[in-house]
Design a protein around this ligand. Structure first.
Ligand SMILES: [Zn+2]
Length: 280
C-alpha cells in the first residue's frame, strides 16, 4: 500500500527500497483526505488532515496554530478551524515543526488568511523563506513564507494564559522544533519528526551535524516527560485509533505517559540502523 510506504518513509525510519518508487501524487491525495476536527484535551484541538497534523491551541486572547500541512491542505485546515467555531483572524501565532513541504506547504496561505505572525527556529528559517532546504534538493518545494520571529531553545510563548515551551530538536532538519505545554491537567508534547526520512547522515552532504544532532535530540527527549505524545504524522502515534476511542467516550484516549520514551527508543533504533547503512 503506497500510503503505508510513504508513511514509513517520512514518519518511520529507514528508507525501504520500495519507497524509491513511491507515487507521491497519490500519497499527497491520500494524506489530504479530510478528517473532522476534534478537541484532544483542554484547549488543544486537531485541525489537520487524515495524513498530516495541524494543532490549534485556543486562548481567550487569540490562538496558536502549529503547522500548515501541505499546500493543498490549507483550505481544509482553515475549514476545520471554522468548523470548531473559531475565527481564522483570531489566530495570532503560527508555528512550524520543521521545514519540509508536507508540513510547511500550507503556511503561506494560512498566514495570509489569519494575519498571524510566523515564529520559527533560526535553523529552519532559510528553508521556509526559500520554500526548500538547500541541503535537501531531492524534496518537493513549498510556497515560500516569511518568518517574522526567530525562536530559540527554551523560549516561552505566552498567550491568553497558555504557555508553550520551545525545544530545539534538530536532526530531521537543522531547525526541527518541538513544544511542550500543560492542557487539561496533562503534560503535552508536540514532538518534531524523529525519522531520518532520506536525510544524509554523513559529512559533506550539506548537514554535517545531522547524526550528532539526532543523538542529542534523542537524549534530550528521553529526559523529558509527557502524558500525551503528539506528532505531525498521525500514523506516527496511532492517532486514528486514539481518535476513535476518544469519540467513543474515552476522554483519556490520548493519555500514555510511556509513549514518548517508546517513540524515541524506536526512532533511535531506526536511526542507528540507517546510519550504519549509509556508512557501509
Ligand atoms: Zn519531514
Amino acid at each position: 500500500m503506497k500510503l503505508a510506504i510513504a508513511a514509513a518513509l517520512l514518519a518511520g525510519s529507514a528508507l525501504p527500497a520500495a519507497a524509491q518508487d513511491t507515487d507521491w501524487a497519490q500519497v499527497r491525495k491520500e494524506w489530504n483526505m479530510p478528517v473532522a476536527p476534534f478537541r484532544i484535551t483542554g484547549n488543544v484541538h486537531y485541525v489537520g488532515t487524515a495524513g498530516i497534523a495541524a494543532y490549534l491551541i485556543t486562548t481567550p486572547e487569540g490562538h496558536i496554530l502549529i503547522d500548515g500541512a501541505m499546500e493543498e491542505s490549507a483550505p481544509l485546515v482553515a475549514a476545520n478551524i471554522a468548523a470548531l467555531g473559531f475565527k481564522l483572524r483570531d489566530v495570532k501565532i503560527l508555528l512550524i515543526n520543521h521545514a519540509h513541504w508536507d508540513h510547511s506547504g500550507g503556511l503561506a496561505e494560512l498566514k495570509r488568511l489569519t494575519g498571524a505572525r510566523l515564529m520559527a527556529s533560526a535553523g529552519d528559517k532559510p528553508g521556509l523563506e526559500a520554500g526548500m532546504l538547500d541541503y535537501r534538493p531531492d524534496l518537493d518545494r513549498a510556497p515560500p513564507v516569511k518568518v517574522d520571529v526567530s525562536l530559540t531553545d527554551g523560549e516561552m510563548l505566552v498567550l491568553g494564559g497558555t504557555t508553550l515551551i520551545t525545544h530545539l530538536t534538530p536532526g530531521h532538519t537543522k531547525g526541527c522544533t518541538s513544544w511542550t505545554m500543560r492542557a487539561g491537567g496533562l503534560d503535552i508534547i508536540f514532538a518534531c519528526s524523529l525519522s531520518v526520512a532520506g536525510q544524509p547522515l554523513t559529512a559533506g552532504q550539506g548537514y554535517d551535524a545531522a547524526a550528532a544532532d539526532f543523538r542529542t535530540t534523542f537524549a534530550k527527549l528521553k529526559g523529558m516527560r509527557a502524558d500525551v505524545f503528539l506528532n505531525f504524522h498521525p500514523s506516527a502515534f496511532d492517532m486514528e485509533a486514539k481518535r476513535k476511542k476518544l469519540l467513543a467516550g474515552d476522554v483519556r484516549a490520548f493519555v500514555d505517559p510511556g509513549e514518548l520514551r517508546r517513540r524515541v527508543d524506536a526512532a533511535k533504533g531506526a536511526f542507528e540502523g540507517e546510519l550504519a547503512r549509509q556508512r557501509h
